[in-house]
Design a protein around this ligand. Structure first.
Ligand SMILES: Cc1cc2nc3c(=O)[nH]c(=O)nc-3n(C[C@H](O)[C@H](O)[C@H](O)COP(=O)(O)O)c2cc1C
Length: 338
């Protein structure tokens, strides 16, 4: 399959929910949520794109690097490249019913695994969570389920199921703590106090898993997450879907990285190419997550499409490393910035 066919098939399958634009920047789908867009004006979706565009890398061509190394380890997981598939749920209400929820979860999980990396799975409705977990169980726990910040026992019930599935890492997307539809549902979500977050992390560690907090945008939250024992944070604004008034993630990332001590820092939002991956690494992220490009790839080309997308990103990343004199992603850092 070629990219043109993949994109055409994605456009048809998603039935208008995604225009599969030449550059996915939040303009065509602004305010389409449910859907693929950013919330309201989509300002924070666009901010992700513009913040990354402002970052430039330092070109270096007089060096000894010949075969850049993209393989790395994230939270103890060996990955062929520092790119994970972000949690992506709601095929029915977000993705134009392009594939059934269960099939889509399988596509991203399997596609990521065949490319040598890993997919997160999402939450929101019981169906979405169940389908994600089923897909992860089918690959012996090789996935990172990301649970919503449910109030009360719901979070802990899901956490136990993630542990039973054999996963090594679990996440919580705390930035959905105010999503109105969820807040009004029978299972409300809420922000977490330090005591609540510490209890969640403690329970996760007792079950033998690492804990990743997704949706951190401020130094204060990053430091609190570290103090509460989180193993990783994802600097994320949920792809501009949680709050329109926040900055792009590439703008928020450097200060967070400067202040965090040991915790692993990942980032997502607007990453569209290998060059974008290298920019995030140069800003201090250990690895990135990709959202919408993976939806298009999965809808258009199923497992093969996800694998194609990741292989293309890996090639582009290696190309960028050669052009900046970066021998290994482990060595990427601020010295690569222009
Ligand atoms: C259709 C759609 C569904 C999503 N579902 C979830 C989810 O269930 N859980 C979650 O933590 N994030 C979810 N996200 C956010 C992504 O995980 C990720 O943070 C975001 O898409 C990254 O930005 P990008 O799409 O520009 O790469 C979703 C995003 C989209 C577009």
């Amino acid at each position: 399959m070629d990219m043109k066919t993949l994109r055409q098939q994605a456009r048809e399958r998603m039935n208008g929910a995604c225009r599969v634009c030449p550059h996915c920047d939040g303009r065509a789908c602004a305010g389409e949520l449910p859907g693929m867009g950013g919330i309201r004006t989509a300002a924070s979706f666009r901010a992700n794109i513009t913040a990354l565009e402002k970052v430039c890398l330092r070109m270096r061509l007089i060096h000894e690097v010949r075969a850049p190394e993209t393989a790395c380890e994230v939270l103890g997981l060996p990955l062929s490249l520092p790119v994970l598939i972000a949690p992506l749920a709601g095929t029915t209400f977000n993705m134009g019913k392009g594939l059934p929820e269960e099939r889509f979860a399988q596509v991203v999980t399997e596609g990521a695994r065949s490319a040598g990396t890993i997919a997160c799975t999402g939450d929101g409705t019981p169906e979405a969570f169940d389908c994600g977990l089923k897909a992860v169980e089918a690959v012996e726990g090789w996935g990172i389920p990301v649970i919503k910040p449910w109030a009360g026992d719901v979070f802990f019930e899901r956490l136990e199921r993630v542990a039973q599935a054999g996963c090594r890492v679990v996440g919580m997307d705390i930035d959905t703590a105010a999503i109105t539809a969820l807040a009004k549902s029978k299972r409300p979500v809420s922000p977490k106090s330090r005591a609540e977050l510490s209890a969640i992390v403690e329970k996760t560690h007792a079950l033998g898993l690492k804990f990743m907090l997704k949706g951190v945008l401020s130094v204060e939250d990053a430091l609190a997450a570290e103090e509460c024992g989180c193993d990783a944070i994802v600097v994320s604004n949920h792809g501009g879907r949680a709050f329109e008034a926040v900055p792009g993630t590439a703008a928020a990332l450097p200060a967070i990285v400067r202040n965090v001590k040991e915790m692993t820092v990942l980032a997502d939002g607007g990453v569209r190419s290998g060059a974008d991956v290298l920019k995030m690494l140069a800003l201090g992220a250990r690895a990135v997550l990709i959202g919408r490009p993976a939806i298009i790839a999965g809808m258009g080309g199923e497992e093969e499409g996800v694998q194609m997308l990741l292989s293309r990103m890996q090639r582009q990343l290696a190309e960028g490393m050669l052009l900046t004199g970066c021998a290994s992603v482990r060595e990427a850092g601020p010295h690569l910035l222009a």
